[in-house]
Ligand binder design. Structure first.
Ligand SMILES: [Zn+2]
Length: 356
């Protein structure tokens, strides 16, 4: 691959995306270092810059762009929860250095009764966060908001005629539903971008998700809509992988969105050939869309610590070629956690997208 392959591709980023310091995650009851670290952004930025991409700042967008796919209660919670946590003395007095939920209003707990807003800050967190590994700290909101602005800026570029734009989003977003966050994600950057493209005049948008994990949040947001198609290739949740409860092949969409959802779960250990077959199947189904949002997780790579898929950098390049042939693409960064190879995997994908 040569640097010309990605020369001039718009890469939208924000310094604020470095400010989110989850400081690890609580996984199975134990505080662990975690892999969704600020250094991910630094590694990707270094690689795309060296490859000649046109790095540009994210531009601020109004809250309406977030509220087009998310409940106002979720956005309000994310905006204020750290300040409430600090004011409540959880960090300084009680040694709880990050916002972690402990009680979850599952359907079984509510048993048909209406959702309430608990008075206690520590009781309220579980209303919005569905796992214990997606922590909030100082700077989190600024990064969350900046990641959404990066996705929106990239979508604006494509809406105004660019064939390809890449948003270096951190934190990632595809696990966030309209009202609930988790999976190291807080706002759904890809869904926000897709909705922005719809608003800019694209009649039909396709979200193609090649992150190693199923994008349960994006699927949920568009599940009953015919105007935004969602397709994902990912490690089979039925084989024991996150998000466990969602991401199965029999989830096809509902109501007016019937058949506008496609999941292709793959067995752990799957490498380039079967993975690219699945990407090709998604592309065949997505054909005809006016614009594509690519949920670009590079955690399906063989060296990645967060998934058992075994895709190569060349596999990512070829996936980029398949997806780039569909039409204009807004690529939104999702997962990818192997710091030494992360940047090259993104460059390979962008080169494929540009060369299509
Ligand atoms: Zn992932």
């Amino acid at each position: 691959m040569t640097t010309q392959d990605v020369a001039g591709i718009p890469v939208v980023r924000s310094e604020d995306c470095l400010r989110h310091e989850p400081d690890g995650e609580v996984w199975l009851g134990v505080w662990e270092p975690g892999t969704e670290v600020p250094e991910r952004v630094t590694a990707i930025l270094a690689a795309v810059t060296a490859a000649g991409a046109a790095v540009m700042p994210a531009r601020p967008h109004p809250d309406e762009a977030l509220l087009a796919v998310h409940d106002p209660e979720l956005v309000g919670h994310l905006r204020t929860i750290w300040a409430e946590w600090e004011a409540g003395g959880y960090a300084a007095e009680h040694g709880r250095q990050r916002v972690v939920p402990y009680v979850f209003p599952t359907a079984g707990l509510l048993a048909g009764l209406p959702m309430r807003s608990p008075a206690a800050t520590h009781g309220r967190v579980g209303r919005f966060c569905y796992d214990t590994m997606t922590l909030v700290g100082p700077g989190s909101w600024e990064a969350i908001r900046a990641a959404a602005d990066a996705a929106l800026t990239a979508a604006d570029l494509v809406a105004s005629g660019e064939r390809l734009a890449y948003a270096l989003c951190r934190p990632p977003g595809h696990h966030v539903t309209a009202s609930s966050y988790g999976g190291s994600c807080y706002l759904n950057n890809a869904a926000i971008a897709a909705q922005n493209l719809r608003g800019a005049g694209a009649d039909r948008v396709a979200v193609v998700d090649i992150d190693a994990h199923h994008g349960n949040g994006t699927q949920a947001i568009f599940y009953d809509r015919p105007d935004v198609w969602y397709g994902s290739v990912h490690v089979d949740p039925g084989a024991g992988w996150f998000p466990h409860y969602v991401g199965y092949a029999d989830e096809h969409g509902a109501g007016p969105g019937q058949d506008a959802n496609r999941n292709l779960p793959l067995a752990p250990g799957t490498g380039d050939d079967a993975w690219l077959d699945a990407v090709g199947e998604l592309c065949a189904a997505a054909r005809g869309a006016d614009a594509i949002v690519l949920s670009l997780g590079v955690d399906a790579a063989v060296a990645d610590p967060e998934s058992p898929l075994r895709v190569s950098a060349d596999g990512y390049r070829r996936a980029g070629e398949l997806i780039g042939a569909l039409g204009p693409v807004v690529a939104v960064q999702e997962g990818g956690y192997d710091l030494p190879s992360l940047g090259q995997l993104v460059v390979s994908t962008l080169a494929g997208l540009a060369g299509a």
